[in-house]
Design a protein around this ligand. Structure first.
Ligand code: APR
Length: 306
């Protein structure tokens, strides 16, 4: 926990509501904390371990090359959780803000698809780190991709990741004392395009892994948006802001005049903020509807029954 700050950020909800109402260009950077209230684990907090592996260690091309079955089981489990999860009030509030303010650009690092499912217009949402439900060829030379493949399990061998278990019991796959299911290479998802060309390549999740570049055209477009005109407010929601280039947008927005508003229950997340900025030590799902209230009005959450 940081020591007493010399110029602490404002924590006034009323002051922020006034600012947002008077704002034109608004940028947001979202992270795993936005989906925490939907029951999806974050990467770096509690729950960052998966079968004794750091979640971030499984998110690399090298990890996939070394043990594609393990990485596929990890991502299949995340696909299953995300499919079962429902967007929360934070996702809906952001989607509503995008409807009300056509100058609101939302960048999300989340690959769980909950923002699109909350009706966040794709024109105003950039999924910086890809999408769990896009499945593409691991061979960089091959352009095969299946967008929005919601099959669960993706193939029979990955079924252990899609089992539903009572909340008081551990899914066998997640118990590090139990052996990892052994899956033969040929039973993992195969690229049909490579297969018809006589090659064998595995399919992989369409997310951006560590050591991989983000989509260049998307980054150019976001940079052009940022540079175009002054920015009034930058929202930094539920992210440890530890991964680049995403983490760099806050300072870019600041150079365009933005006041920064961080929404994060971790007091360390207010590091670098000044008295001109805002810090809301809260669950994003709880506070975003209130923070946006003056622009979006009372948030209606659709009936989410499956
Ligand atoms: N509301 C708001 N913030 C929350 C909540 C909540 N209910 N719960 C947790 N948080 C905060 C945590 O305090 C933490 O600062 O969300 C942040 C989550 O941080 P990370 O787990 O590091 O997730 P994120 O910042 O999204 O990670 C960025 O790293 O692993 C890669 O590609 C992956 O997109 C991911 C990227």
């Amino acid at each position: 926990m940081p020591g007493r700050m010399r110029n602490p950020p404002s924590t006034s909800i009323a002051e922020f509501q006034k600012l947002l109402k008077a704002s034109n260009r608004v940028l947001a950077l979202c992270g795993a904390g936005l989906s925490a209230a939907s029951g999806l684990p974050t990467f770096r907090g509690a729950g960052g371990l998966w079968r004794n592996h750091q979640a971030t260690d499984l998110a690399t091309p090298d990890a996939f090359e070394d043990d594609p079955a393990l990485v596929w089981l990890f991502y299949s489990w995340r696909r299953h959780l995300a499919l079962k999860a429902k967007p929360n009030a934070g996702h809906y509030a952001l989607a509503e803000l995008a409807k009300k303010n056509k100058n609101f650009m939302c960048l999300t690092q989340n690959v769980d698809g909950l923002s699109p499912r909350a009706g966040h217009s794709p024109d105003m949402l950039r999924m910086l780190h890809g999408n769990l439900f896009d499945v593409k060829c691991f061979d960089e030379e091959c352009s095969y991709i299946e967008p929005n493949n919601l099959r669960d399990p993706l193939c029979p061998s990955l079924a252990p990741a899609s089992e539903d278990y009572p909340v008081d019991q551990t899914l066998p796959l997640l118990d590090p004392k139990k052996p990892t299911p052994q899956i033969k290479h040929e039973d993992l998802p195969q690229c049909p395009s490579c297969k018809s060309a006589g090659r064998t390549s595995l399919l992989r999740p369409g997310v951006v892994w560590f050591d991989e570049p983000l989509d260049e055209a998307m980054l150019d477009e976001v940079d052009a948006w940022v540079k175009k005109e002054p920015i009034d407010v930058m929202l930094v929601i539920g992210t440890a802001a530890a991964v680049w280039p995403a983490a760099g947008y806050t300072e870019k927005a600041r150079t365009k005049g933005a006041r920064i508003a961080v929404i994060n229950p971790d007091p360390n997340a207010q590091k670098g903020l000044t008295s001109n900025d805002f810090f809301f030590d809260a669950d994003a799902a709880e506070i975003l509807p209130e923070l946006f209230d003056g622009v979006i009005g009372k948030l209606e959450i659709p009936d989410q029954a499956n």
